[in-house]
Write a protein that binds this ligand. Structure first.
Ligand code: GLN
Length: 506
């Protein structure tokens, strides 16, 4: 089999056994990017130093030095994370070419673990979107079908992993941007507990909701990357001091599906609706039936306030966006546009922001500024915060009865490029299933559980765990993944049409 169709765990094993070199592994993935990225547009920048980094790792390994377990495994990095050796744009023109003087903590940790950053992945501008069509650098195409969107905002990271351009990627999830693209591309994505992974060096969208997490093709691979990036960081005031268990251990324990015996899985009634596509509902229910056959208890749960989660999110998130994006003032970062006849500093700021931000970003800044303005603050922002508390209480009550909660990750499979561009509401509503976990700071995973009968596209199962309960996601997720593999006779990612060509490659 070609190198690019190996999982990260397989690559790590082959590298450790010196069956392959980090240079060979890196080169194979760079070749796949070169061969396919004109089609997918998953990358915004490439790392010119990747092969050199890989060569250094090979040298260390050959000289008998102790190298970390993942040393030499390639990584794609969402462009929302700042890096010293590649530009960081967050998908925006206002940051075009911006070079950061420091690495985001998760990037620094990845480098220390010997992961080889290949490049920066495309995304909706400032992580605002559900289809990757709000990127200032063009949309990403879904590797399963290039007429379809890959989801967003982390469409680039998800597509890179799905298209065998990288076995692992970093993403960010404010309202679903890791989990929803994972669902639409048949990959695995995890939003850790809020505060479990440092946000230092993550270009802020909405700070009380943003969380960095792993993207991969298997649950075990996501766990490996999770263990690399998690942990306390004094640079991030919301970082949790906690003695986390290894997620890789949880995934290993879960790989035996008998571990599902007695696990209580709550199905959130409010997250299944008329908007749920039939094929999505079928595969969701089939995956739970497999778990039930292993002795998991499936329990219906009602969380009545989840109905208001999207509405609350679209007040809290824009409020934080309007504040966070005030820093792009033409003075400190990136773009500066001077009006033709000069003007005051405010004129320069106005011209810069008018030229540098896209439509969706402007829409949210205006909405947020309005929601926070005197006279409206209590009615909008204040009410939304109360709803947020009610959502949190619903989850607290639910987790007294069950170990994890389940829902489809996305109500639909991937839709056609261009279909929802003119109607932002359709994009907003697609996040009804993922947003509640962000409002409550919970951990959530999306893993593929089948293909929808009507269009043959991947369906994602979302599992949610209470804060600090991230290991439950890996345990239960790996168990369900094993059952799906057993049912299909092959790992889910091998259904991907790209697999056949990738297999034949280097
Ligand atoms: N799609 C959601 C939005 O547009 C979530 C984005 C995200 O998680 N970054 O806000």
């Amino acid at each position: 089999m070609s190198l690019i169709t190996n999982t990260a765990a397989e690559l790590a094993a082959k590298l450790a056994a010196k069956e392959v070199s980090a240079v060979e592994v890196t080169q194979a993935h760079l070749d796949q990017i070169t061969a396919s990225d004109d089609t997918y547009n998953a990358f915004l920048a490439h790392n010119d130093l990747a092969l050199q980094v890989a060569a250094d790792i090979d040298k260390q390994r050959l000289s008998g030095e102790n190298v970390p377990a993942l040393a030499g495994v390639p990584l794609a990095v969402k462009d929302v994370l700042v890096t010293t050796d590649m530009p960081s744009t967050s998908g925006s023109k206002i940051l075009e070419g911006y070079m950061s003087p420091f690495d985001a903590t998760v990037v620094a940790k990845s480098r220390t673990a010997g992961l080889v950053p290949l490049g920066k992945t495309n995304m909706d501008e400032f992580a605002m979107g559900s289809a990757n069509e709000n990127s200032a650098y063009g949309p990403v195409k879904n590797p399963w079908n290039i007429d379809k969107v890959p989801g967003g905002s982390g469409g680039g990271s998800a597509a890179a992993v799905a298209a065998f351009q990288a076995p692992l990627a970093l993403g960010s999830d404010t309202g679903g941007s890791i989990r929803q693209p994972a669902a639409l591309t048949g990959t695995v994505g995890v939003k850790p507990t809020y505060g479990a992974v440092s946000r230092y060096g993550a270009i802020a969208m909405a700070s009380s909701l943003d969380q960095i997490g792993p993207c991969a093709r298997t649950v075990a691979d996501a766990a490996l990357l999770h263990d690399v990036i998690a942990g306390y960081d004094w640079h991030d005031s919301t970082s949790l001091k906690h003695d986390w268990p290894l997620m890789a251990d949880a995934a290993r324990a879960g790989a035996d599906p008998t571990s599902l015996k007695g696990v209580r899985i709550g199905v959130v009634k409010e997250l299944l609706s008329d908007a749920t596509q039939e094929g999505v509902r079928q595969q969701f229910e089939a995956s739970l039936a497999l778990a039930a056959a292993e002795g998991a208890e499936i329990i219906e749960i009602s969380a009545p306030h989840l109905e208001y989660a999207v509405a609350a999110y679209y007040l809290i998130m824009p409020a934080e966006v309007s504040s966070n994006l005030a820093r792009y003032d033409s003075v400190r970062f990136g773009l500066r546009v001077t009006p033709e006849n000069g003007g005051t500093v405010e004129d320069v700021m106005g011209a810069t922001r008018a030229a540098g931000f896209g439509t969706e970003v402007k829409r949210r800044i205006i909405l947020g500024t309005y929601a926070l303005s005197a006279g409206y603050y209590d009615a909008y922002y204040g009410s939304a915060q109360k709803v947020r508390t009610l959502v949190q209480r619903d989850f607290e009550a639910a987790f007294e009865k069950v170990d994890v909660l389940a829902s489809p990750t996305s109500n639909t499979t991937a839709w056609n490029l261009g279909d929802r561009v003119s109607d932002p509401m359709l994009n907003y509503l697609n996040d009804a299933t993922t947003i509640p976990a962000n409002l409550a700071g919970l951990a959530g995973i999306s893993l593929p559980v089948g293909l929808a009968a009507e269009d043959g596209l991947p369906v994602g199962l979302q599992l949610m765990a209470p804060q600090y309960g991230d290991d439950r996601l890996y345990r239960v997720g790996a168990a369900i993944e094993s059952l799906i593999t057993e049912r299909d006779g092959k790992p889910f990612w091998q259904h991907n049409p790209v697999f056949e060509t990738a297999k034949a490659g280097a």
